[in-house]
Design a protein around this ligand. Structure first.
Ligand code: 4NP
Length: 148
């Protein structure tokens, strides 16, 4: 059973830190982190409008800082969760030879919703829509890994 979960998106300032915060609130004992496939925002806090939308639902993201996804993450985590196909391709491109850590789409855990990715609110500006989907997927993930 997965113990340590890493959420990954492009910038690590919108979707993956939101996923981290939501999942943490559902499974406080779980070991989670988030990272970005780009280094554009390394060291930055989550994007202001994302933080604001999350805070309105009771999720505090203010302590989080963006970091880059690196090959070593495959050895440090038991499950890697990408927000879209491009994230998964960028994740897989760094997989060390012989490493078998599962890397899955977050929307796989919200199968009833009919979405195959978490739309990026940095571009869509739909922060609440992203949070709705993130909450559903986080609930599905918690159920799948209920021993966390
Ligand atoms: P995220 O969204 O991948 O959900 O963190 C983005 C944040 C920033 C940028 C792109 C996506 N950017 O181009 O700076």
């Amino acid at each position: 059973m997965a113990g340590k979960i890493l959420f990954v998106c492009l910038g690590n300032i919108c979707r993956s830190p939101a996923a981290e915060a939501v999942f943490c609130s559902l499974a406080p004992k779980a070991q989670v982190d988030s990272a970005g496939t780009s280094g554009w925002h390394i060291g930055d806090p989550p994007y202001g409008p994302m933080q604001k939308a999350a805070k309105a639902r009771g999720y505090d993201m203010s302590h989080l800082k963006a970091r880059l996804f690196i090959a070593d993450d495959f050895d440090q985590f038991d499950l890697i969760i990408g927000m879209d196909d491009k994230n998964l391709r960028d994740i897989e491109a760094l997989r060390p030879e012989g490493n078998a850590t599962p890397a899955r789409l977050f929307t796989d855990y919200a199968p009833g919703v009919g979405m195959d990715h978490v739309p990026d609110p940095y571009y869509t500006r739909d922060f609440d829509g992203a949070l709705d989907l993130i909450e559903l997927a986080a609930e599905g993930l918690v159920k799948e890994f209920s021993t966390l």
